[in-house]
Design a protein around this ligand. Structure first.
Ligand SMILES: *Cc1c(COP(=O)(O)O)cnc(C)c1O
Length: 399
């Protein structure tokens, strides 16, 4: 029997992907193809009405005064740094436990990333470590709202205010997340979003957005994304070519209408995992995500932590059971080859390093559904012997 027929006959044995964008697209195919046609009919592909429309909608989604579309989340970070005049000689404090672009954007503008360790429960910047890292050269703090949970902003703001620093939110994974009932996007001087396809609001390619309440920064970001041009080929400074495509904006506007619903589905999946792992008695083996009480977590990733040394066996079991999984992130940034000259050592940020050895992401996408989620839960349970009593992983508790 072919693989395809097997899957039809025994859908309970079908692989469960980490994310399934095809399934999501099918729920909106007609609406999306209609706006794609609309853009093609007009042949206006750069900025324009669609981008302005999305900018307004994103601004109102996160309660920010202004939103500025650009070509990617990475470019959003670079543009934010440029708009704040951060460059050579300046330091920006950030986390080593994040996607590469957080720190590479700082290096790109000629400034120096200053890494500090993370909080072991939230995996976000440790505010006390941020306070301790401020020097006379510090210009900004760049917290990342990792996996969709906002960094602990209150103590970060206190450090920023005390030293006159800007705060650049890397909100690439956190559109719709809230901290103390304020949205990611209005928790700093400038916020940066990404529409990379696997983000909670993903486009049909690369795209990004900045958000700010400051009219001067808004104006500067708008010119920086078009070569520093203020109109009629009058270039007042050297910017980037980093515009959001009309096609991307049109598709994203359709998808934005569903974002709140998708986020709630992700949160429901997270609650189901939490409950299932607890009822299987796996609390000693798996640490589920911790959400700070003031946070509304949007779960761009659902990452659990297992004891050091048990992850590869869990991954083997997930592979055998055909369950999609991934490690975000296996190598902390302070140990990356390209940042060697910054002079960091192994062992310098023990929490970030430990998280990179222990973390693993399970499927959390909105369309997952209970049946497929049960397969994930069973596979994890099997790895730890929760059902059969025979673990594929040497249990620490038993030792
Ligand atoms: C995705 C991501 C980025 C970069 O966004 P792109 O749109 O892929 O350039 C930056 N920071 C974090 C934390 C991300 O997850």
């Amino acid at each position: 029997m072919s693989q395809a027929i097997l899957q039809m006959t025994f859908p309970e044995n079908a692989p469960v992907p980490l994310i399934d964008l095809v399934e999501q697209f099918e729920t909106q195919r007609d609406e999306i193809m209609e706006v794609v046609e609309r853009v093609f009919s007009k042949q206006g592909f750069i900025l324009g009405e669609e981008v302005a429309g999305l900018e307004n909608e994103i601004a109102s989604y996160c309660d920010s005064r202004f939103a500025i579309g650009c070509a990617s989340g990475t470019d959003a970070l670079v543009l934010a740094l440029m708009a704040l005049d951060i460059g050579p000689g300046d330091e920006v404090i950030t986390t080593p436990f994040t996607f590469f672009a957080t720190a590479s954007s700082i290096v790109r503008v000629g400034a120096t990333p200053v890494f500090v360790d993370i909080d072991p429960q939230t995996y976000n910047l440790d505010p006390a470590a941020v306070a301790a890292a401020v020097t006379s050269r510090t210009k900004a703090i760049m917290p990342v709202h990792l996996y969709g949970q906002c960094a602990d902003m209150q103590p970060i703001w206190r450090v920023a205010v005390r030293h006159g620093l800007a705060v650049i939110e890397d909100a690439a994974q956190a559109i719709g997340a809230r901290y103390d009932n304020r949205s990611a996007g209005v928790l700093g001087t400038i916020a940066c979003f990404s529409f990379f396809p696997t983000k909670n609001l993903g486009g049909a390619g690369d795209g990004g957005m900045l958000a700010t309440d400051d009219p001067d920064l808004n104006a500067r970001l708008r010119r920086l994304r078009v070569h520093g041009d203020v109109g009629r080929y009058d270039h007042v400074e050297v910017g980037l070519n980093s515009r959001l495509d009309a096609l991307q904006a049109a598709v994203l506007r359709v998808k934005l209408r569903k974002l709140a619903e998708w986020t709630e589905a992700r949160r429901a999946n997270a609650a189901r995992y939490e409950q299932a792992f607890a009822s299987m008695g796996l609390q000693g083996e798996i640490t589920t995500p911790y959400t700070q009480p003031q946070n509304y977590h949007v779960y761009n990733q659902y990452c659990v932590r297992v004891h050091d040394g048990q992850r590869s066996a869990l991954m083997d079991q997930l592979k055998t059971s055909q369950i999609g999984h991934a490690v975000y992130y296996p190598a902390p940034l302070h140990l990356q080859t390209c940042f060697k000259s910054l002079g960091y050592q192994q062992g310098q940020f023990p929490e970030a390093e430990r998280a990179s050895r222990e973390i693993i992401a399970l499927p959390i996408y909105a369309e997952l559904g209970e049946a497929r989620q049960q397969r994930v839960i069973r596979a994890v349970g099997k790895a730890f012997g929760a059902e059969t009593g025979r673990s594929t992983i040497p249990l620490r508790r038993a030792a």
